[in-house]
Design a protein around this ligand. Structure first.
Ligand code: B12
Length: 262
């Protein structure tokens, strides 16, 4: 016997939210934003089933390009800076999360928004307008934010990279930034974090069969430790890239592709 499945052409908002796998309030917000097509019938919303796919589809590439072209980065930086200095994590997440959902890559978000904002926080700290506690809190928020957006890509990785800062360098945030850019470019990444002794790094890279080591240097006073780490890594036949302030994540991704496995 054939079973005939009748699929309703229209749904109410709760049913639409269920099918979309989102909370009712999210579906309601999407209606208000125009992302989910719905019409008001009396006190209820009527959602055409055909609108569900559009609501979850990625924005078309052309539209993403249009949105990106109109970004006003200085305004976004000011907004993120205020949120970070006030310790308003939800607002910081909202600013960055929206751009990410609109298709902005993590590499772009770090380059155009997060790194310049952290530089401004550092400047404020040096000039005495931002306290050490505010800077620490801002850094911790950005670390959590990056971690929540930085996810490994499915599929075969381009290669395996290990990322760390050398002994004596406590700046872990640029390490996380480098790792995020590499993951986004298809690398499997081990983040060893900050202030990592050369021998630990080299031994880990050797035993895990890493293809590439990335040293992120931010503290200008660790020159000897960098040389030592580079020697230790080359001794285990590893390609090494060293990044310093001003070196961009575009440089990193391009150099990693060149240095990594063919
Ligand atoms: C947060 C912070 C800290 C935190 C770090 C906490 C953490 N978990 O990271 C703490 C409080 C520990 C700290 C300590 C210090 N800090 Co500090 N810190 C900062 C701050 C505000 C942000 C750092 C950051 O995340 N930057 C991220 C981006 C903005 O930096 P970026 O350098 O452009 O990074 C890019 C590259 O590294 C690239 N990249 C990463 N990896 C790779 C790899 C390759 C191969 C390539 C190509 C590129 C690449 O990616 C990044 C993004 O594009 C900066 C301000 C600033 N201008 O950066 C100061 C800053 C870096 N710190 C500074 C100083 C002086 C210090 C201290 C010496 C202060 C002191 N007297 O104790 C100590 C040093 C401690 C130590 N032993 O390391 C100075 C450095 C000045 C200098 N260059 O001469 C800065 C610039 C502040 C300032 N304006 O004076 N700091």
């Amino acid at each position: 016997m054939n079973t005939l499945l009748l699929v309703a052409e229209f749904l109410d908002l709760a049913e639409a939210a269920d099918e979309l796998g989102v909370h009712y309030q999210t579906a309601y917000r999407w209606v208000r934003e125009g992302r989910l097509t719905a019409e008001r019938v009396g006190r209820r919303w009527r959602v055409p089933r055909s609108a569900l796919a559009d609501a979850t589809a990625e924005p078309p590439a052309v539209r993403v390009r249009e949105i990106r072209a109109t970004r006003h980065w200085p305004r976004l930086q000011a907004s993120l800076q205020t949120a970070l200095i006030e310790g308003d994590e939800l607002r910081a997440r909202a600013v960055v999360g929206r751009l990410h959902r609109e298709g902005e890559t993590l590499r772009s978000l770090v380059t155009n928004l997060i790194a310049p904002t952290m530089a401004a926080v550092g400047q404020g700290w040096r000039e005495g307008q931002v306290t050490i506690a505010q800077e620490h809190r801002a850094t911790a928020i950005v670390e959590r934010l990056l971690a929540s957006l930085d996810t490994a890509r499915p599929g075969r990785p381009r290669g395996r990279a290990v990322v760390a800062s050398p002994s004596g360098d406590q700046h872990g945030l640029p390490v996380a930034m480098a790792a995020a850019a590499l993951r986004e470019d298809g690398w499997a990444v081990d983040i060893l974090g900050r202030d990592v002794p050369a021998e630990t790094l080299a031994e880990h890279a050797r035993t895990t069969g890493a293809d590439l080591a990335v040293l992120t240097v931010t503290n200008p006073e660790v020159g000897d430790a960098v040389d030592h780490a580079v020697d230790a890594l080359r001794a285990v036949s590893l390609a090494v890239l060293v990044g310093r302030p001003g070196a961009t994540l575009d440089d990193l991704v391009n150099d990693a592709r060149t240095a990594g496995p063919a």
